[in-house]
Write a protein that binds this ligand. Structure first.
Ligand code: ATP
Length: 323
C-alpha cells in the first residue's frame, strides 16, 4: 500500500476531525501518501481529493464537524456511481480508502469493497445505531449537549410548575433519548423501541405532580411514535383536564455542533489509528469499532446485515428511579 484516501460521509459528528487527523498522521507515519476527499462519496465520484500533509490536520482535534465536508450522494448507491469513484481512485493510483460515517456510509463502503477495492470503515454517527461498535464517534458529545439542555430546562420548569419536553436526535434509534433521560433524571422517556401513547405520558406526568414533583421533563426521541409536535398538539387539546402546560424544545442540529468531548477525541484517534493499521495488515472490508473497551474489527458485510439493539433493561431501571 502506498496511497490511501479518507472521506467523511452522512451526518457530521463531533470527533470526525480527530479521526481524519489520526488517519492522515498514522498513514504518513507508515510512509504513505494520504488524500482527503471533499464532500463524501459525492467528491469521490467527481475526483475532488487532495493530498494532505501533517500540517493540514493541525488545530482540528478540538473542532466539531468535518473539515472534509460531508454529503448525501444518491448516485453512489448505483453501480455506475461506484464505478465512477473507482475510476477516480485508479487515476491517482490510490490503493486504500477509509470511510468515516454511520449506517448508510458503511453500506456504501461495503458495496465498494465488494467491487474489489480495499476499504476500511470507522464507526461515526451521533445516533449510535451502527452494529459493530458499542459507541460511535460523536455520541458522547451529542449526549452531553442534550444533558446540558435538560439541566437548564429543569431549573426553569421547577420555577414555573411546567412540564418541559425535549426532543433529541437519533433517527430510528432511542439511544440518545434513553441515556440523556437517565443521566438528566427525566420523568418520562419516549423512544421508538417502546412505542407509547400521549395518554400514557399525561398519566405519568400527573402522577409525578401528585407525588410532589416540582417539574416534569419528558425526553422524546425524534423517531418515537409521537414526536414533539404531535405531543404538543395533544397537550394543547387537553390542557384544561391536565392542569398544566407543556413547553417543547427541539434540540435539532444544536446537538451536532459541539466541540468533541475527551471521550470522542480519544475514541476517534484510536479508531483512526486502527483503520490505517488494518489497511497496513491487509485486513480489508471491515469496520473498526469499540467493543468492551477494546478496538475491534467486524466485517462490513456483518455490520450492514445487523441491527444494533438497545438495552431496554435501562428503561426498567429508569422507572424504578423515577418514583
Ligand atoms: P448518519 O446516520 O450519521 O446520518 P449515515 O452514514 O447513516 O450517517 P446516510 O445519509 O444514510 O448517512 O448515508 C450516507 C451516504 O452513504 C449516502 O448519501 C450514500 O452516498 C451512501 N449510501 C447509503 N446507502 C447506500 C447503499 N445502500 N449503497 C451505496 N451507498 C450508500
Amino acid at each position: 500500500m502506498n496511497k490511501i484516501a479518507v472521506l467523511t460521509s452522512g451526518g457530521d459528528a463531533p470527533g470526525m476531525n480527530a479521526a481524519i487527523r489520526a488517519v492522515v498522521r498514522t498513514g504518513i507515519a507508515k510512509g504513505w501518501e494520504v488524500y482527503g476527499v471533499q464532500q463524501g462519496y459525492e467528491g469521490l465520484m467527481n475526483g475532488h481529493m487532495d493530498q494532505m500533509g501533517q500540517r493540514a490536520v493541525g488545530g482540528i482535534v478540538q473542532q466539531g464537524g468535518t473539515i472534509l465536508g460531508s454529503a448525501r450522494a444518491l448516485e453512489f448507491k448505483t453501480v455506475e456511481g461506484r464505478q465512477k469513484a473507482l475510476a477516480e481512485l485508479k487515476k491517482r493510483e490510490i490503493d486504500g480508502l477509509v470511510v468515516i460515517g454511520g449506517n448508510g456510509s458503511q453500506t456504501g463502503a461495503n458495496a465498494l469493497y465488494e467491487m474489489g477495492f480495499p476499504v476500511v470503515g470507522i464507526a461515526s454517527t451521533i445516533d449510535n445505531d451502527l452494529y459493530g461498535s458499542e459507541m460511535t464517534i460523536g455520541v458522547d458529545t451529542a449526549l452531553n449537549i442534550a444533558l446540558e439542555a435538560i439541566d437548564r430546562l429543569k431549573i426553569t420548569a421547577s420555577s414555573h410548575k411546567r412540564a418541559f419536553l425535549l426532543e433529541v436526535m437519533g433517527r430510528d434509534c432511542g439511544y440518545l433519548a434513553l441515556m440523556a433521560g437517565i443521566a438528566g433524571g427525566a420523568e418520562y422517556i419516549s423512544i421508538p423501541e417502546l412505542p407509547n401513547e400521549p395518554e400514557d405520558i399525561a398519566k405519568e406526568l400527573h402522577a409525578a405532580y401528585e407525588r410532589g414533583k416540582k417539574h416534569s421533563i419528558i425526553v422524546v426521541a425524534e423517531g418515537a411514535k409521537y414526536n414533539a409536535n404531535a405531543l404538543i398538539q395533544y397537550f394543547k387539546e387537553h390542557k384544561a383536564e391536565l392542569g398544566f402546560e407543556l413547553r417543547a424544545t427541539i434540540l435539532g442540529h444544536i446537538q451536532r455542533g459541539g466541540a468533541p468531548t475527551a471521550f470522542d477525541r480519544i475514541l476517534a484517534t484510536r479508531l483512526g489509528g486502527a483503520a490505517t493499521a488494518a489497511l497496513a495488515g491487509g485486513e480489508y472490508g471491515v469496520l473498526v469499532g469499540l467493543n468492551k473497551g477494546t478496538i475491534t474489527t467486524t466485517p462490513l458485510s456483518v455490520v450492514v446485515a445487523n441491527k444494533k439493539s438497545l438495552d431496554l433493561g435501562l428503561i426498567e431501571l429508569h422507572d424504578e428511579l423515577n418514583n
